[in-house]
Each structure stands twice: as C-alpha cells, then as structure tokens.
Write a protein that binds this ligand. Structure first.
Ligand code: ATP
Length: 351
C-alpha cells in the first residue's frame, strides 16, 4: 500500500544542513497498523510527512496505492491525497469553526454535494461518539474529544491510509486508551491502513502489527512487534524498550548481586511461555534455583508478553541447561556481560 524507496531529506536552516532522512526504505502492507518509533529528532515525523508529501524528499520514491506521488502534478497530487487522512498531536482543528464545519471542510474541498456531506458528517460523528456536538467549538471540547473530531475529519473522504503523528501524546492514559480503541475499531470496520509515529512504546504494543525503529535519520530495525520486542537487534531499540544494557545498567541491580557470583540474565517470553511456570520448572529440572529481580507480564495486543531480569543460583553448567530449556520454548535470553564473563571463565576452567 505504501512504499518508500531510498528516501533522503535534508533540511537547511541558514548554513546548517540537517539530514532528517538518510536513504530510508519502507514497505507498509494494505490493512496493517504500522508503528514508527525512535527518540526525539530521529526523523519519525519527517518520514510520516513524506508519505503524503507534506515534506518532499530530495531523492527517492514515494508510492501510495500504486501511484508514484513524486511524479504527479499539483492537481493530481491533491486527488491522491484524498486517499490519505492525517491526525496530529495537537489536533490542528479550525478553532473558529464548529465541530460540524471542521468535518465538513474536507468534504467541501472535495466538492461533495451538500446533502451527502451533511449525511457523512452525521455518520462520522456517530462513529467517533460525538453525536450532539455539531455546534460546539473546539475550545469547548476536551483533548480526547478534539482528537475524535480530527479523526472524523481525517476519515471524511474515505481514505485508504490514516497517518497518525503522535496522536495520543497530548492525552492522559485513559483518554489515550479510548482513542486507541477507536482507531482499532476504525481499522477493524474499514480495513484502513494505519501508520503511526509515537514515542510511546505502549501504543505500539497495544495496536501495531509491525514496527520500524528510526535513529538519526536511518531506519535501523523493522519487524513484527512481537519479534522486535522479544529480540531487539539494534542498541537503540533495546534502549527504547527499556532493556537492561550489557553492563546491567537499567535493571537497578545492586552491585552485590554480581559480587556474590550470581549469574544474571534478561529474559523475554511471548505467548504460552509467558503464562506458564516455565522458568521455575526449568530451574527445578536442572537442579538450580532462581529469583526474579525485576519483571513485568503484560500483552502485545492479545499475546501475553513477559520480560524479566533473573538471578540464578547453582552450578554454572546446570544454569546453562535450565536456560537452554527456556530457549527451546522460544524465550529470548541475554546474559549481562558480567554473567557472560563468568560463564566463559567457568567453561575455560573446565577444559
Ligand atoms: N522544518 C524543519 N526545518 C529544519 N529542521 C527540521 C525541520 N523539521 C524537522 N527538522 C529537524 O529534522 C530532524 C528530524 O526531525 P523530526 O521531527 O522528523 O524527528 P522526530 O523523530 O519526529 O522527533 P520528535 O519526536 O521530537 O518530533 C531533527 O533534527 C529536527 O530538528
């Protein structure tokens, strides 16, 4: 549905050149919910804005629904843009217009006959749960309600693609959940392809099928959310996801855990494995014990997902056996450096 190929975009401010996108390629399939994450300044918004050419890349190609957008003249581009709705962090509503007029705006631009446009407004208001708010002004609405109006406006012309730029970042957790529920419902009902930029990992976890990670203008990782969360490849992804770094920083582990010679690993499991007492079974069978120093069990959409920092007590070889058993059940295991060194020393000692 969306294909960006070797897209490069450099901003110029005075004499300074800011390379916002460096040779980025991206494929988003029809009907998927695709997330783009990364630290501030990574180039996420710029990338999103290239999809509807709000930003024009200096090189590369942008294809949406089989059309090469960069080859189009202004009028043709306007027509193609009707297929792409967009919502923003700060809603971008017309403050001097009522809710009804905000939603009518794109319909008027598309020269929709009046009666049909009015019908569509009523339909959209019902969809976003704001029937009865037609005459309200944006200043009379809460943040969540404003975003609902923005969503209704973005959907007015039946787009095939919905771009969301930090759409929930200005909202409290409860409102965020209700907007995500609405987006999920819209995706379910209309099969619209959704691309969302966010710095909130939980948003990706709750609604996205696949995710791309941006770092300093480059796409460093892309994959199914569950795969990226289980086995993040890039260091920046690990940091974004809050994984403990190689030296154990991030897990708030007391230094004495290591001094006492305990083997410590970070462990992630998805699906059945995340729900079962697999960890303790593996420890028991290998004749070792373990304790969870830090851990959470939540979900990636409907898939249970557990991540924990585990300290092992017992013979290093037996600990290894327990961990291999976990890996055989799909667990992703990462030894913290200090543990890795101890395991290596242990193996060297055995030779
Ligand atoms: N209009 C602009 N003019 C000049 N530089 C810009 C412009 N827009 C963005 N940039 C710069 O381009 C880089 C990428 O910005 P972008 O907004 O795409 O990043 P981002 O990952 O979305 O960050 P954030 O999460 O903070 O919005 C940054 O260094 C930013 O300062």
């Amino acid at each position: 549905m969306i294909s960006l190929q070797n897209v490069t975009l450099t901003y110029r401010t005075g004499h300074r050149l800011i390379p916002a996108l460096r040779d980025v390629s991206l494929e988003v399939h029809a009907g998927e919910v695709f997330g783009i994450i990364g630290y501030s300044g990574a180039g996420k918004s710029t990338l999103l804005r290239c999809i509807n050419l709000l930003e024009r890349p200096q090189s590369g190609q942008v294809w949406v629904d089989g059309v090469d957008l960069l080859s189009l003249r202004k009028r043709e581009l306007q027509k193609q843009r009707k297929k792409i709705g967009m919502i923003f962090q700060h809603f971008h509503l017309l403050n001097s217009a009522t809710v009804r007029d905000n939603i009518l705006f794109p319909l008027r631009l598309a020269k929709t006959p009046v009666a049909e446009a009015e019908r569509r407004v009523a339909e959209l208001l019902e969809l976003v749960g704001l029937t009865g708010y037609e005459r309200h002004y944006p200043s009379q609405l809460s943040g969540g309600q404003k975003q609902r109006v923005a969503i209704a406006r973005a959907l007015a012309n039946f787009p095939k693609v919905l771009l969301c730029d930090e759409a929930t970042s200005a909202l409290d957790p409860e409102t965020t959940q209700s907007i995500l529920d609405l987006l999920r419902e819209i995706h379910r009902q209309f099969g619209v392809t959704v691309v969302m930029v966010t710095h909130e990992i939980s948003v990706v976890q709750r609604v996205c099928h696949r995710v791309a990670v941006m770092d300093q203008g480059r796409m460093v990782e892309v994959g199914r959310v569950v795969d990226v969360f289980l086995r993040p490849q890039a260091e920046v992804t690990r940091r974004l996801l809050g994984w403990t770094n190689a030296e154990g920083v991030g897990a708030d582990l007391p230094e004495q855990v290591f001094r006492e010679g305990t083997l410590v690993c970070e462990l992630a499991m998805a699906g059945e494995a995340a729900q079962s007492p697999l960890l303790f079974q593996a420890a028991r069978e290998a004749g070792v014990t373990c304790s969870i120093l830090r851990g959470t069990v939540d979900a990636i959409q409907d898939t249970p997902f557990a991540r924990m920092v585990v300290a092992w007590y017992g013979d290093a070889k037996q600990v290894q056996a327990a961990v291999r058993r976990l890996e055989a059940h799909g667990a992703a295991v990462r030894w913290l450096n200090k543990a890795e060194r101890m395991l290596a020393a242990d193996e060297a000692g055995m030779k």
